[in-house]
Design a protein around this ligand. Sequence first.
Ligand code: NAD
Length: 356
Amino acid sequence: MNHYKITLLKGDGIGPEIVNQAVKVLDKTAEKFDFTVSYDEALLGGCAIDATGVPLPEETVAKCKASDSVLLGAVGGPKWDNQPGNNRPEAGLLGIRGALGLFANLRPSVIFGPLKSASPIKDDIIGDNMDIMIVRELTGGIYFGERGRREVDGQPAAWDTEQYTVAEVERIARVAFDLAMKRGKRVTSVDKANVLESSRLWRETVIRVAQDYPEVTLNHMYVDNCAMQLVRNPKQFDVIVTSNIFGDILSDEASMIAGSIGMLASASLSGGKLGLYEPIHGSAPDIAGQNIANPLATILSVAMMLRYSLDQQEAAEAIEAAVAKVLETYRTPDIYEEGMKKVGCDEMGDLVCAQL
Ligand code: NAD
């Protein structure tokens, strides 16, 4: 029987509540699909600052590295807002991504049928099966490039650098093409090759990688056009692959198309089996401890973990189907609609388990 060791980084705010529900669902799934799971908890973010003085203790990195996969709730909150930048809870997030070599960020943007009305986009534009996967390069580009201040024409000025190596582009492109092979076999590579040299290298490299995937259709799109196409005709996309900064912006746009922030999962991958899975939302300090947070983004992050790190495709699909079924009748307050039954965080976790 397969056994998996999962490190839980519950974090701050609603983090512990939502991770507890996801653990409940993972345990139920394990029972049903004949595998076992053991958990180890570690500190990240504000709770780590309180306990150890730093947002990412070394012990946390060691525990994550020794596990098959990592599930994260969320970090941060007003209590730690006056910490210096390099000791804020969010610095722990960047730190753990770097320490685990997580260079690929996957954000699916999927609309569950019963939640169609939560999307700000018209029904006929979304259609019935919008399912976009944005693959964002996570450890390179302008967020990590050289930067500084200098004087230009007697004026104070600031500069940042966008740089990608061929190897960095190749590995993220492979993640995108491998994913496309398991989905709709279409990749859109997003760049700004009409202006940026780094984008021209990006495009050349993606074209070269594509030769290893003859079954996948590749097209290229400038980032400004992509931003427009996402709201004009989102159904045209299967997998989008793009740089760190473009992916940051486009993935937030795509998540709005899907509607509620409480529904969206993400994965960060290292190329090996180890991945970090988390909801895209933050620690929602405004609703923490009230048992009203929506745990579904975290539960769906567990489904991604089963699919991308643990090779349990069927179990992943079962969770997604259970979530879709539960949404036909039950809603947490953030996605509540007239005629539905309103439930809390805990109860939502129980309902998904019961559906499984
Ligand atoms: P947020 O995502 O925490 O909350 C935005 C709004 O969405 C709030 O009204 C919140 O109540 C609601 N919301 C979020 N998740 C929800 C859920 N699961 N169910 C129901 N409602 C939900 O963003 P914010 O308010 O900008 O940030 C709060 C804190 O979280 C800050 O300290 C921020 O730095 C941190 N943050 C952490 C992460 C992360 O851990 N990955 C990401 C974003 C923000």
